[in-house]
Ligand binder design. Structure first.
Ligand code: AMP
Ligand code: ZN
Length: 117
């Protein structure tokens, strides 16, 4: 499935719902989280609809890699390369996933603790 008409992030990547988009390539889109958990909190999503990590196919490997390429570039633009930042992808409800279109959280601008909650 390349797009799901009922999916919030498919609607954002299609431009049908507004978001603060800060990064776009032919494969991925980055936009600011509506409920930021850090001074920088950006979600990076593939344009292709992939519900969870469990649904990633071998043929998705390149686009999943592009999520990290985008994260690195956005982190540099936000001045986070040197201080550091965190990237997170939740899989399914037990890990806190609420939107079922895979997305990499890029968080930075404050200290982080480990282990996460
Ligand atoms: P997760 O809990 O990992 O599925 O992350 C979903 C994220 O999407 C949460 O951090 C939400 O704050 C964020 N979110 C939900 N709706 C929107 C929206 N319309 N625009 C931007 N971020 C959103
Ligand atoms: Zn989707």
């Amino acid at each position: 499935m390349t797009s799901n008409p009922d999916c919030l992030f498919c609607k954002i990547t299609a431009g049908d719902i507004d978001a603060d988009i800060i990064h776009q390539t032919d494969q991925v889109v980055g936009f600011r989280d509506l409920n930021p958990q850090a001074p920088t909190h950006v979600l990076i999503v593939p344009r292709r609809h992939i519900p969870t990590i469990n649904d990633i196919a071998e043929s998705d490997a390149a686009v999943i890699g592009q999520l990290f390429v985008a994260a690195k570039e956005i982190a540099a633009e936000e001045g986070l390369s040197e201080p550091g930042y965190r990237v997170i992808m939740n899989c399914n409800a037990g890990a806190g996933q609420t939107v079922f279109h895979v997305h990499l959280h890029l968080l930075g601008g404050r200290p982080f603790t480990w282990p996460p909650g």
